[in-house]
Design a protein around this ligand. Structure first.
Ligand SMILES: [Zn+2]
Length: 318
């Protein structure tokens, strides 16, 4: 925990080179880092219990969704998932036969990316609409479209960048750069949310953040103006938060993973949506509670997605 807090605080520290997120420049949208502290939580997730070993995919005793067995995930990875995400590294089968503790970073990278693709592609929804009391007149969100296809349609490449200090999205060539530090064997939900966030920056029409009027990064170009029930428009934070609340409340992923998704979405509502009334209405609709006060310390936040947000804060060097 100590190193976690240190890292978060160090990321939040002002930096001389910090600048607003420069999507308009076409160079990048924002820096991001996917894993960090929450990876430790996710490693204990029940999702992972089935993720590597190739056990049966579907159905726990409670009807929970599970990641597919390794052989099935491998087929998807080498086929449709790579085709959608367009990684710039050579195709290789998932290392299904190896123990987790001896996987290379490249093998972990492939597992994490494949899992994120699976979550984007194959999450099972328990219901398909929030038709009553729409936040937007005439609205009422239906279940997310196939978000793997959505992400795939917006990005031109997924790059494994061993030189970059942090992961980031690059508007110039429509790519997401991921670094070795982004891969630590996770369930896929956090990385999937990261892909959604960044893809919103990269696709057409592109999206850039606005200056924060709330949260812990006031004055930085790191927030969205509002949030709505729109999986195609709105801001990067807004779409990711919307998707996460669907994961939290309308998916069959294990309870621990859904709770973490809820925690992250809640954090985004508090810290990254300028329109507090809209964020509160969203919270009431999806969490049946008003937004709680902002946490006193960034260590109170959850989820790997938060690391991405923290990176946005620092405006690091992309
Ligand atoms: Zn962003």
């Amino acid at each position: 925990m100590a190193w976690t807090i240190f890292l978060i605080l160090s990321l939040l520290a002002p930096r001389g080179s910090a600048r607003a997120e420069g999507f308009v420049s076409g160079e990048q949208s924002d820096a991001l880092q996917s894993i960090g502290a929450a990876a430790a939580q996710l490693r204990t997730s029940s999702v992972l219990q089935d993720a590597k070993g190739g056990r049966a995919a579907a159905g726990g005793s409670s009807g929970e969704q599970r990641l597919p067995g390794c052989a099935a995930l491998n087929r998807l990875w080498l086929g449709r998932f790579r085709a959608q995400l367009k990684p710039d590294w050579a195709a290789a089968p998932l290392a299904c036969a190896k123990a987790q503790n001896v996987l290379s970073i490249e093998e972990i990278r492939d597992f994490d990316t494949a899992r994120a693709a699976y979550v984007l592609d194959s999450t099972q929804w328990t219901d398909t609409s929030y038709a009553s009391q729409p936040l937007v007149a005439g609205g009422g969100a239906s279940a997310p479209p196939n978000m793997l296809e959505w992400v795939g349609s917006r990005i031109r490449a997924l790059r494994y960048d061993t030189q970059a200090p942090y992961a980031y999205a690059e508007g110039g060539d429509g790519s997401i750069h991921l670094t070795p530090g982004d891969f630590k064997m996770e369930t896929g939900i956090g990385l999937a949310a990261q892909f959604i966030h960044e893809s919103r920056h990269l696709g057409f029409p592109a999206y850039g953040h606005v200056v924060c009027k709330v949260g812990d990064t006031i004055g930085y170009s790191n927030c969205d103006p509002t949030i709505a029930e729109d999986f195609g428009g709105g801001g990067s934070h807004a779409i990711a938060a919307l998707w996460l609340v669907w994961i939290a409340h309308r998916s069959r992923w294990p309870a621990a993973d859904r709770q973490q998704a809820a925690d992250v979405a809640n954090w985004v509502l508090k810290m990254r949506i300028n329109d507090r009334a809209a964020a509160d209405a969203f919270s009431m609709r999806y969490f049946a509670q008003h937004l709680p006060p902002e946490p006193a310390s960034p260590s109170a936040v959850y989820g790997m997605y938060v690391w991405l947000i923290v990176r946005c804060v620092a405006g690091l060097p992309y």
